[in-house]
Design a protein around this ligand. Structure first.
Ligand code: HEC
Length: 157
């Protein structure tokens, strides 16, 4: 009986230290949070190349544009399921901007992910066909990123 109680007490202590660690940046969701933020950084890097060309800050190069657009389209079709475990939201973890309502609206989040997959597929087809084609395709990509951020990412304080 005593042994059982002790085990239960240890269990409780572990559970509360996990909660403590989570709210102080050393939590059980750190790997998943880092992975999804890295995925987002890869989006930003590749979109930045296309955006630089669209704005004229960078010379248009059909091969490079196609590489960046193909990366974006590929990233947008990866299965991200393991990056978004329940409980890894910005309410319980200070190292993430992922709002808790992501987990209450999964079908809509998936729809916004699908919109990005479609916009990046169109960009992949267009990027090598000249600067005008690239420019025409970039708006919907930016809008797809922005629509999800507006709904599900905590604004910067
Ligand atoms: C389906 C929703 C969704 C889509 C689509 C989306 N994002 Fe995000 N993005 C998020 C969420 C949620 C976060 C916050 C993640 C976190 O902090 O854990 C985020 C964070 C980011 C960050 C900050 C990453 C960091 O290091 O903290 C960047 C940069 C970013 N997104 C770029 C993009 C770009 C560029 C696109 C489009 C090509 C895009 N995102 C599409 C939901 C989305």
């Amino acid at each position: 009986m005593i042994r059982k109680l002790t085990a239960a007490a240890v269990g409780l202590a572990l559970a509360s230290s996990a909660v403590f660690a989570a709210s102080h940046g050393g939590g059980p969701f750190d790997a998943a949070i880092k992975a999804r933020q890295a995925h987002m950084q890869l989006y930003a890097h590749n979109l930045g190349i296309l955006g630089g060309m669209a704005k004229g800050a960078m010379d248009y190069n059909a091969d490079l544009a196609t590489v960046a657009a193909t990366n974006l389209a590929t990233l947008a079709t990866l299965n991200q399921m393991t990056y978004w475990p329940e409980g890894s939201d910005s309410f319980d973890n200070e190292n993430t901007a992922a709002l808790p309502k992501i987990w209450d609206n999964f079908p809509d989040v998936a729809k916004k992910g699908q919109a990005l997959a479609e916009a990046t597929a169109a960009m992949q087809a267009a990027a090598g066909n000249g600067l005008d084609a690239l420019r025409a395709a970039i708006g919907p990509v930016g809008e797809a990123c922005g629509a999800c951020h507006k709904a599900y990412r905590k604004p910067k304080e």
